[in-house]
Structures are given as structure tokens and as C-alpha cells.
Design a binder for this molecule. Structure first.
Ligand SMILES: Cc1cc2nc3c(=O)[nH]c(=O)nc-3n(C[C@H](O)[C@H](O)[C@H](O)COP(=O)(O)OP(=O)(O)OC[C@H]3O[C@@H](n4cnc5c(N)ncnc54)[C@H](O)[C@@H]3O)c2cc1C
Length: 646
């Protein structure tokens, strides 16, 4: 019998037995297969065409399944993954600097502050090397050294160079690779592509995910699509904070609809705040810009030693600068993990050492790098990032240090999945940033691209077959059923309500209000009192939203305000869950920093006895506290210790 049938607990991770290093190969050797002739009879819906979704859709179609692929952009190529700048990790050990599968696994578990699942992380490290081979074969132009070999650089939280990159456009180049693989299958008929379609619900038949309801964003038409399995690769939800480095369109709607249909949401409060972003400059902004972590390979972070120093940075002599990361963390220096670097920047600014007009910024300085390597070399490594910085700030980073401050960047939380990447809803698989799987309480840089592509190219293609082996005789799933009727009606009712409630306030009014609460109470640091207040405030926003939001236009046309309204409605409910999760976790770990739980040096203080679990939440209704299920985390191959980068 398939292991998919043997579920005992709602959060049974189904980690295979055996030694860590053999789990994945043994699992692959024993999962059931679907023969080529039977694959032709099976449909799979893949929602999302970022790196996770595009790699999955291309792989599944290449294997012979009929794939229906959805994205809300006008082309798969415009998925948020295209924004990724700095690189992708792989344990290739090309630099001969001591890297190995185990070290990548170890760094990732430690970086995530011991809140991720050992077996998943080991598998990720194991398949990382294959990702690079796959992408090189596709023609992805990774940076090469003078002799033509693939080059590497370092990212935070590690002491080796294992990050492969394509200047500051790694995501774009990888996505072009995955997109060409998809395009090949679109042309051959293996993938039917639905651009400009937004999934607004998942349809369950007999408890299994069997389809979706989608809105054609150009015509407003509501459509039914069926399949034997549904794969969500719909990205992260950082935009719940209103301001983030995410693409403007990134949202939680697909994952949230699945959550409302029973899929557990895991560790929703684990948010990554990236230390090097261009600081907020005023109320007019709707987006923040990342300055890639790769810059910390050569840039040095500092603030003046004197409080409130108003001198220009170039006029502050060396001995009056505080390179606080190098001072506090000599072993890792500027390349400490993101959570650590972000908190250290906040600490300096809160203590009155911040720079720039707002005093909420620190310097990222390339003077030494330019003196050491020359401007040409610095430009060849980071030129496009420097240009982007200058365009936004009108300051030349070759001449004066960049001003940076932490900003919301990535969400480690997401839909709960087991080892097979299936949620607790049968037939509903979740990949990439949309799931919670591999990063624990803090993600190390350059590991999201690795995870998305691992999921899509190398994990799902094996695990989904085991599930689908039960469906070879099922035949096409009809959309003519009461389950599809109900789901479609609910979607239409909700859109209708948004259009016709006669309100007066624009959607952004609510989104900004929510974002402010989330940033202040559930952002870089949290405390119990603030979180309780935030939950009450968010519930009030939700009630006000449904009474008073105003959406212009009509349902039956391109209506971006309507799209946004639906997404913000879901963000509001998610925000309350994030605060509930943060309130429940009476410890600090990774990006989750509860002010009540810190070491005397101000570092995160974990409570492994009581909180070494994945918090998987079950929806109980809007405004109702969600129900907690705990997946206990067991570390058999790594010792849990206090994280130190000193
Ligand atoms: C500025 C920036 C730089 C980054 N740089 C790096 C880096 O250098 N290295 C690294 O490892 N990580 C980096 N990251 C993180 C990384 O880019 C993301 O985590 C990753 O690309 C997410 O990929 P994904 O495939 O899971 O989702 P996404 O790329 O976000 O794709 C989501 C897809 O889902 C679709 N979708 C969503 N909802 C719906 C719906 N309801 N209906 C239909 N379609 C839907 C969208 O259309 C889209 O196609 C960076 C992130 C940012 C913001």
C-alpha cells in the first residue's frame, strides 16, 4: 500500500527510515512509478511559474504528464523569481575550501536556528550539485573565472564559497533557463499555459485536491480547471507588511485559500528581514529595494562611533568608525546571517548611531575593496547593483558608502508539507517559498533559489508519482460536480461582495494600516503585549475592510484594484495568524525575536525543551484563533547548540 495512505497524525512528516545520507536514495528506489503510457492519462495543475513552478511544470511535462500551468503575470518569465540577485548555493566544493554535502546541511540547519527538518535539509544539500549541472546544461550563464571555470562567492552564515551567480541577475538567468524548458513543452503540447489567470480557490473532491477555480484577469471570467493533483508554487507572502523587497504582485491568496480548505499553515511568523536594503524614504513608497547580500563579500558595514554624527561619511576618519559586525562577530564579520546582521543594525540605530536624514540607516562601504581590487573589478562583480543604487538614491556608491537598512524580504513560513512535499490535504503539493520546508527560523542567503529548483527539478518529479500511481484508472476529473459548483459560487459571491459593498476607502488604505501594525508589532522584534494588541487591531481592520473598502470598475473586465482587494483581504487574515504564531512561541529563534527572550548580549534565546517543533496551524474561521498542531523536530545527526558566529 502506498505510504500516502498510512497517515497517522495530521502532521506526520513521513520521513523515511534509515541513515540520513541514504534516506533520499532509498526513498527514490522504493516509491511507486507511473508508466509512460499511464502518465499520458494524468493531469497535473501547477500554479506558479517562478523557479519552483516553472521547473516543476517543465519536468512533469517532460516526464509525460499533462500539465496545466497558471500564473497571474502576462508571461511566466515575469514571476518574482526574476528579481533574485545574488546567487544560488551548491555543495560542489569547486573552491576546494572544505565544502561538502554535510557542511551545506549543517550550515543550513544552524542558520535556521534548529527549527527545520533534518531529512529535508540533507536532501536539499544532496541535490544542490545537480541543480548547477542542470542549469549549466540549459545554458544559464553563470559567472566564470578567467580560466573559464564556474566562479563562486560567499553568502552569510558560512565559511566557504559555494554561491554560484550570474552577476546580480541570478534569478533572471535561472528563470530564463526554466522558462525555456517550459516553452519547449508548451510548444510540444505537454504544458497548457494559462497566463493572466489567478487561482482563487482549490477544489477538493472526496478530500483530495482535484482542481482550482481561476479568474481570467483580462476578461474577468471565472473558470474551472480539474486535475489529478494540484501543485502550488505560488511564492512568499512578505507583502503582508505592505513594504517589502518582494515583487508588487507577490501575495498569499493561493496558499491562504488552500489553508481555508484544510491545509495547515506552518511557522507563519518566521519572516526574514534582510539587512541590506535601501532605507525607506517617505510615505509615498510602495516598494523597497534590495541591495544583494553578495555585496557583503566586499562591502564593510559601519556607523560613526560618535552618536548623532552629521559629518559626510567620507569625512569620518577610520579610527572614528565602528565596524560593528567585525567587532561583535570576528569569525564571520560582515557575513553573519541575515537575522543577526539585521538585529545588529537596528540595535545601532535605536542606540542613536544611525546615519542619513532618517537616522535609520548604516553604511555599506566599498572603499577598501576599491583600493584593493580597483574600481573595474568591483564594477565587474556588482556593477548593475551599484547602478540601481545610484538611480534610486542619486548617490554614487563608488565615491560614497551606500546607506542601507533592514527590510522584509522572505517568508520562511508557508503551507506545511511532508517529506514528499505534499500538504496534509491529499493531492495538494506545495513547492518553493510557498511551503515552509527547509529554512527553519532563518534562511541563509542563496538558498531559496536552491530550494525552489530542488523541489521542482529533483524532488516533486519522484514523489508525485507515488501519489499519482493510485490514479491511473481514475480517468479525467469532471468539473461538472457539486464541489466545483460550490467553489465557483463562493468565489463569485466574494468578488461580488467586494465590488458592491458601497464603501469609500481604497484598498491601499487597509494594506498600509495592516503593514504598519505588522512591521511594528510582528517585525524585527516582537513582545507579547504588542502581539495581543496587534491581533485585536487586525481583527478590527478586517471588519472595517469588508464594510468600507471601495473597489472601482466592474468584475467582468481587467480590474487590478479588484485583484488587489482580494489579496489584501487574505493578507489581513494571515496577519492575525502570524501574530498568533509569534505570540505562541515563547522563545526567540532566527528571525523570530521575542524581546522577552534574549541572551545578555542581545542574541536570540531559544527554548529547545518547549519549542523544538514546527507550529502547523489549522484554520477555524475568520477572526477565530487557529488550532495548533505540533510537528516535533528530532535532531539525530546534529547537536542543538546556541548559535554563535563570534
Ligand atoms: C529582491 C530579491 C532578491 C532575491 N535574491 C535571491 C538570491 O540571490 N538567491 C536566493 O536564493 N534567493 C533570493 N531571493 C528569494 C527568491 O527570489 C524567492 O524566494 C524565490 O524566487 C521564490 O520562488 P518561487 O518559485 O517559490 O515563487 P515566485 O517566484 O514568487 O513565483 C510565484 C508564482 O506564483 C504565481 N502565483 C502566485 N499566486 C497565484 C495565484 N493565486 N494564481 C495564479 N498564479 C499565482 C505567480 O504568478 C508566480 O508565477 C530574493 C528575493 C528578492 C525579493
Amino acid at each position: 500500500m502506498s505510504e500516502f495512505r498510512e497517515k497517522t497524525s495530521i502532521v506526520d512528516a513521513k520521513v523515511p527510515e534509515g541513515p540520513l545520507a541514504n534516506k533520499w536514495s532509498e526513498h527514490k528506489n522504493h516509491v511507486r512509478l507511473v508508466s509512460p503510457g499511464n502518465k499520458r492519462r494524468i493531469d497535473v495543475i501547477v500554479v506558479g511559474t517562478g523557479l519552483a513552478g516553472a521547473s516543476a511544470a517543465a519536468s512533469l511535462a517532460e516526464m509525460g504528464y499533462n500539465v496545466k500551468s497558471f500564473c497571474f503575470q502576462d508571461s511566466p518569465r515575469r514571476a518574482h523569481s526574476i528579481a533574485a540577485q545574488g546567487g544560488i548555493n551548491a555543495a560542489k566544493n569547486y573552491q576546494n575550501d572544505g565544502d561538502s554535502t554535510y557542511r551545506l546541511f549543517y550550515d543550513t540547519i544552524k542558520g535556521g536556528d534548529y527549527r527545520s527538518r533534518e531529512a529535508n535539509v540533507y536532501r536539499l544539500a544532496e541535490v544542490s550539485a545537480s541543480i548547477i549541472d542542470q542549469c549549466v546544461a540549459q545554458g544559464v550563464p553563470f559567472a566564470r573565472d578567467y580560466g573559464g571555470l564556474l566562479d563562486n562567492r560567499s553568502f552569510g552564515g558560512v565559511q566557504v564559497s559555494r554561491t554560484f551567480y550570474a552577476r546580480g541577475q541570478t534569478g533572471q538567468q535561472l528563470l530564463l533557463g526554466a522558462y525555456s524548458a517550459m516553452s519547449r513543452m508548451i510548444a510540444k503540447g505537454g504544458i497548457k499555459m494559462y497566463n493572466r489567470h489567478e487561482m482563487l480557490d482549490v477544489v477538493l473532491v472526496d478530500g483530495k485536491a482535484r482542481g482550482i477555480i481561476a479568474r481570467n484577469l483580462q476578461t474577468g471570467e471565472i473558470e474551472r480547471h480539474s486535475a489529478h493533483a494540484v501543485v502550488l508554487a505560488t511564492g512568499g507572502y512578505g507583502n503582508v507588511f505592505f513594504l517589502s523587497t518582494n515583487a508588487m504582485g507577490s501575495n498569499v491568496t493561493a496558499a491562504w485559500k488552500a489553508h481555508k480548505k484544510g491545509a495547515l499553515f506552518a511557522n507563519p511568523c518566521f519572516t526574514q528581514i534582510h539587512p541590506t536594503c535601501i532605507p525607506v524614504s517617505g510615505d509615498h513608497q510602495s516598494k523597497l529595494t534590495l541591495m544583494s547580500e553578495s555585496l557583503r563579500n566586499d562591502g564593510r558595514i559601519w556607523v560613526p562611533k560618535k552618536k548623532g554624527d552629521t559629518r559626510k561619511p567620507v569625512d569620518i576618519p577610520e579610527e572614528e568608525r565602528d565596524y560593528y559586525l567585525e567587532r561583535r562577530y570576528p569569525a564571520f564579520g560582515n557575513l553573519v546571517p541575515r537575522d543577526v546582521a539585521s538585529r545588529a543594525a537596528k540595535e545601532r540605530c535605536d542606540a542613536g548611531y544611525g546615519v542619513g536624514a532618517s537616522k535609520m540607516a548604516v553604511y555599506l562601504d566599498f572603499k577598501d575593496a576599491i583600493n584593493r581590487m580597483g574600481e573595474d573589478v568591483v564594477a565587474s562583480k556588482y556593477g548593475n547593483l551599484f547602478q540601481m543604487y545610484e538611480k534610486i538614491t542619486d548617490e554614487n556608491p563608488y565615491k560614497t558608502p551606500m546607506r542601507i537598512y533592514p527590510a522584509v524580504h522572505y517568508t520562511m513560513g508557508g503551507l506545511w508539507v511532508d517529506y514528499n512535499l505534499m500538504s496534509n490535504v491529499e493531492g495538494l503539493f506545495v513547492l518553493g517559498e510557498a511551503n515552509f520546508s527547509d529554512h527553519g527560523a532563518n534562511r541563509l542567503g542563496a538558498s531559496a533559489l536552491m530550494q525552489g529548483l530542488a523541489d521542482g527539478y529533483f524532488v516533486l518529479p519522484y514523489t508525485i508519482g507515488d501519489y499519482l500511481a493510485d490514479d491511473i484508472r481514475t480517468g479525467a476529473i469532471s468539473t461538472n460536480s457539486s464541489e466545483f459548483d460550490t467553489a465557483e459560487r463562493e468565489v463569485k459571491d466574494r468578488l461580488h461582495q467586494l465590488m458592491n459593498n458601497g464603501g469609500t476607502k481604497p484598498v491601499d488604505y487597509y494594506h498600509k494600516k495592516l503593514g504598519k501594525i505588522m512591521w511594528e508589532q510582528c517585525g524585527m522584534s516582537r513582545n507579547a503585549e504588542g502581539l495581543k494588541q496587534a491581533i485585536a487591531d487586525i481583527n478590527a481592520i478586517r471588519e472595517d475592510f469588508w464594510k468600507n473598502v471601495r473597489v472601482p470598475g466592474t468584475e467582468g473586465e481587467l480590474n487590478q484594484e479588484l485583484e488587489k482587494a482580494g489579496r489584501v483581504a487574505d493578507f489581513i487574515e494571515l496577519g492575525a495568524l502570524m501574530c498568533q504564531d509569534a505570540l505562541d512561541r515563547n522563545e526567540s529563534c532566527g528571525g523570530h525575536f521575542r524581546e522577552e527572550f534574549q541572551t545578555p548580549e542581545g542574541e536570540a534565546l531559544r527554548d529547545d525543551d518547549n519549542y523544538a517543533y514546527v507550529a502547523a496551524w489549522q484554520y477555524q474561521g475568520a477572526g477565530m484563533p487557529a488550532k495548533l498542531h505540533k510537528e516535533e523536530l528530532h535532531y539525530e545527526n546534529i547537536k542543538m547548540v546556541q548559535r554563535s558566529y563570534k
